[in-house]
Design a protein around this ligand. Structure first.
Ligand code: GDP
Length: 444
């Protein structure tokens, strides 16, 4: 990601990132207008934006500048803290029944990823050491039951079903009974979704809820829902009473506006987020990281976590140390590049980076090509050069050799070397290290 970041940052700016540049100490009205616009662009619903901007303006006005802190940084801090607060402050864990079988009821519109979440959640809970069972209570789509059966096989979790002729509340009740008999820890109920909210769906959900007394009623919300999330959450909460939400498809284009709306309108937390179609793509919801994403500061923590899954633990720690001490070299650069490749397509990774939301397929192809070009140049470097990029910065002869061996131009090699130093600075800035170091000029 850092590689791509450096590559694409110059080309792409999101509303807020641009906004910070115009912040001045004298004037918070204008940056606030930009914040407002950026939030709207992130698809936060208008009333939520209004209340948010008002509250931030109140907090920001009259705040004395801390010595050594720039005005825009301070405003970032205020906005960030408010965003975090608005989204619930801290990670909100799932609630389990004190004893016996816990029921988690999933609700949501059709296509939001409810059935997928059902399986992902079972997978997630299994990793926590809980035994699970899924109940197929979506009786309107036989395909949904089949889908759940297949997913159940994949996860290794039993699926309770009674076909499509029995009432969902009855299926849920019977399934729960079966789970209790088998001493299952958690039962996850997949319910029917409709394309739109309607009374029949709500009534049915109420009945299933009544029949199973769930510890959690989680509304599955598609992050792409944007502005409509506010109305959706409000209705479900009033009608059936939810305990929280799961935000799916955060790997997509969305800047996450829906996340802001959920807590604001319902007072209920987002508990988990879906970041892809695979079973393991479900994570706790971290308000501080989401705030970072919405603000355009980068979902850096989340990304480092992903990278850690791929890289060996010590590699990752080593990398972090290197970043902190500005020793990040071409070996790390290569590791990052490969980590990106292993993590799935570039587009997937790009999706995690704020401000990259509207990346076009052409840009993605371009980024992928760039990665290959970079790799071939790094491969042409000697081990010493990889460890000490300064050697390349100082010696045009070395750069020429790398260019010849990799079949690239000297200019490309020079660019790559310059980029590495820029990345060192960029990374240190991202991690909030005070002295970021300087970018050396390449010697001719
Ligand atoms: P349901 O109608 O709510 O049960 O939705 P499904 O679980 O069938 O999911 C609808 C589509 O969304 C499927 O193609 C899923 O693979 C996809 N999907 C679900 N969750 C995610 C996610 O977090 N990210 C992405 N990219 N796709 C998802």
């Amino acid at each position: 990601s850092f590689v791509i970041r450096a590559e694409m940052f110059g080309q792409l700016t999101s509303g807020l990132e641009a906004a910070w540049k115009v912040l001045t100490k004298e004037n918070i009205a204008e940056p606030m207008r930009d914040i407002r616009r950026a939030l709207l662009e992130a698809d936060v619903s208008l009333p939520v934006v209004r209340r948010f901007v008002q509250s931030v303006s109140d907090k920001a006005a009259g705040v004395g500048l801390i010595r050594g802190v720039k005005p825009d940084q301070q405003l970032v801090k205020i906005v960030h803290d408010e965003l975090v607060k608005l989204m619930g402050g801290e990670v909100s864990d799932l609630v389990f029944s004190k004893s016996g079988t816990t029921v988690i009821l999933l609700a949501g519109l059709q296509g939001v990823g409810k059935t997928t979440v059902c399986a992902k959640l079972a997978f997630y809970l299994k990793k926590l050491g809980k035994s699970c069972m899924m109940i197929a209570a979506d009786v309107y789509r036989p395909a949904a039951i089949d889908q759940l059966m297949i997913l159940g096989d994949q996860v290794g979790v039993p699926v309770y079903k009674e076909g499509t002729e029995v009432k969902p509340s009855q299926i849920a009740r019977n399934g729960l009974e079966e789970a209790i008999k088998r001493r299952i820890d958690v039962v996850i109920v997949d319910t029917a979704g409709r394309l739109q909210i309607d009374k029949a769906m709500m009534d049915e959900l109420k009945q299933v809820k009544q029949a199973t007394n769930p510890a959690e009623v989680l509304l599955v919300v598609d992050a792409m829902t944007g502005q409509e999330a506010a109305a959706l959450v409000t209705t479900f909460n009033i009608e059936i009473g939810i305990t929280g939400a799961i935000l799916t498809k955060l790997d997509g284009d969305s800047r996450g506006g829906a996340a802001l709306s959920v807590r604001e309108v319902s007072g209920k937390p987002i508990k988990l987020v879906g970041r892809g179609e695979r079973l393991e793509d479900l994570e706790p919801f971290y308000p501080d990281r989401m705030a970072g994403r919405i603000l355009g500061m980068g979902d850096v923590l989340s990304f480092v976590e992903k990278a850690q899954e791929v890289m060996r633990q010590e590699d990752a720690e080593d990398l972090q140390k290197k970043i902190m001490s500005a020793k990040f070299d071409f070996n790390d650069f290569l590791k990052q590049t490969r980590a990106v490749a292993q993590m799935g397509s570039v587009s997937r990774v790009l999706g995690m980076i704020p401000g990259m939301g509207k990346v076009t397929p052409a840009q993605i192809r371009e980024a992928e090509k760039n990665l290959q070009v970079m790799e071939s140049m790094i491969n042409a470097m000697t081990p010493e050069e990889r460890e000490k990029p300064e050697l390349l910065a100082e010696s045009p002869t070395r750069r020429k050799r790398v260019a010849t061996e990799s079949g690239k131009t000297e200019q490309q090699v020079s660019q790559l070397v310059a980029q590495l130093f820029q990345m060192r600075v960029r990374m240190k800035n991202l991690l909030g290290v005070m002295e970021a170091g300087s970018i050396p000029a390449l010697k001719d």
